[in-house]
Design a protein around this ligand. Structure first.
Ligand code: FES
Length: 103
């Protein structure tokens, strides 16, 4: 193991977990998660902030919404459910704003 000297200012985990449509826990974030992930990536591209903002797909984050996707935003580990693609810019703006205010 080795530590890598890179640290994002903001790290966003987007659930893209997909279950069978008849699964007891629901279908998961699946396709919505992929659209939300793409929206975050587009926003990072638009800002040219690839070093400062990392976006990653994950499996289930434990809060399975009926629509949209679940997202966890670091720093702070904020858990957001029912996130839609249109939310990506404001989520990143709030997270970046927080990083400039926190010591
Ligand atoms: S399937 Fe996305 S949070 Fe559970």
């Amino acid at each position: 193991m080795r530590e890598v000297p890179l640290r994002p200012s903001v790290h966003v985990l987007v659930c893209t977990n997909l279950r069978a449509s008849d699964a007891a826990l629901g279908p998961g974030c699946g396709d919505s998660g992929e659209r939300v992930y793409d929206a975050f990536k587009r926003e990072v591209d638009r800002r040219g902030a690839h070093r400062a903002i990392w976006i990653a797909r994950t499996r289930c984050l434990g809060v399975c919404p009926k629509h949209g996707a679940t997202v966890i935003v670091h720093p702070g580990a904020d858990v957001l459910a029912e996130v839609e693609p249109a939310d990506a810019p404001s989520v990143l703006l709030a997270a970046l704003d927080r990083t400039t205010k926190d010591p």
